[in-house]
Design a protein around this ligand. Sequence first.
Ligand code: CU
Length: 190
Amino acid sequence: MRSGRQWRRGVGAGAVLLAGALTLAGCGSGSGSDSGATGPELSVSGAYMPQPVSDSMAAGFLTVSNKGGEQADLVSVTSDIGEVTMHETVDGAMRAVESLPVPADGELELASGGNHLMFEKLTRKPLEGEKVAVKLHFAGISPVDVEIPVKAATYTPAADQSSDQSSDHSSGTSSGTSSGTSSSVHSSGH
Ligand SMILES: [Cu+2]
């Protein structure tokens, strides 16, 4: 008699656990495919510009991460300090490209010696400690605003030291940056 009761209880508990596991599995796979359908989810990190030696040209570097399930294509970049083009480096020579892909669940890395942003016809020379506002334009989705900090001419990103500083700027500044930027432009142009 006693052993019979325990057997029944055991079966009941097993059935409840099984139902719970099925529910969890259903939730997990459902939300995964949903996020793929919403398109690219972009964030920018590690942005910097070495203070240029030239009065007319500068280079900018950053990483665009895409957590979404669709590729995003960077098709143009604009800035209030000059004309910006996207360059790739092939066999040590750089050349302009029409677009740069940010793969789904991947990243586009613009780094010294490789792909980079090229600033030309500068309206002012960026100085160490300043920030340069740029807008990254992607095909079919809203542009992303980035403030690129100007570093020393010899600066190179060591390990991951600068990531906390730059992720601050990339996360919360999608709409509120333009007023601050334009005032700094006015004060330094004469
Ligand atoms: Cu270049």
